[in-house]
Structures are given as C-alpha cells and as structure tokens.
Design a binder for this molecule. Sequence first.
Ligand SMILES: [Zn+2]
Length: 120
Amino acid sequence: MGIDTGFWTDDRILELRLRFEAGESYQKIADAMGCTKNAALAKAKRLGFDDRRSSPEVLKPKRHPIEFPPVSRCQWPIGDPGEEGFRFCGDAAKTERPYCAKHCAIAYVRPPDPASKKAA
Ligand SMILES: [Zn+2]
C-alpha cells in the first residue's frame, strides 16, 4: 500500500479535504502536499470527495428538508431547492396531472403539429 497507509495521516486527509473544497486542482494539491497527483486523486476518490465535486446538489448544504405537497396539489417547484424560501406551488392540481392549470401550461408545451404545418 505504501504511500496510502503511511502518507495519509489525519492531518493530511484534513488538508486534502480543505484544499479540495477550496476548489484547488489535484495537481496543485499534490504539489502543495508533496505527493503525486494520482495519489491525491485516488485518496479523494476513496474518501468520496471526488463524487461531491461532480454532483453540485450534494455539495449544497440542505438547510431545510424539502416537503412535497400532497399529490392532489401542484408539485411545481418555485425557487432554488438549495435556497431559503424554496417551495412548491401547492395550488389544486388538475386531475391526473401533478401541476395546477397554470403550471400544466408551462410543463406540457405542445410540440408544433406537423400536420397543420403541411396544410398551411
Ligand atoms: Zn402550480
């Protein structure tokens, strides 16, 4: 195992994480910490840091649990799920639809009908 068992002390792991979260490249992290780029990358992957960078929604701290409205209510999200004030529309939904009439109109935009184009 070599470098992976001896090199990665708790302090170094913390430094790796902090540098990673600061957005430093693996090369920069490796240079600063005195290991190879591959070693930094492999460690970050093993610890799951790398996954977090590739999926921004996991990076965003969830400050409040998202409560979905009942199924009979409009599920249209309003705002950014990571931001304060995010909510769902919650108006009465149309039958068989997850959204209210207003949001159905936005969600289900009809593609232009090729038949009517031909006729025109
Ligand atoms: Zn709605």
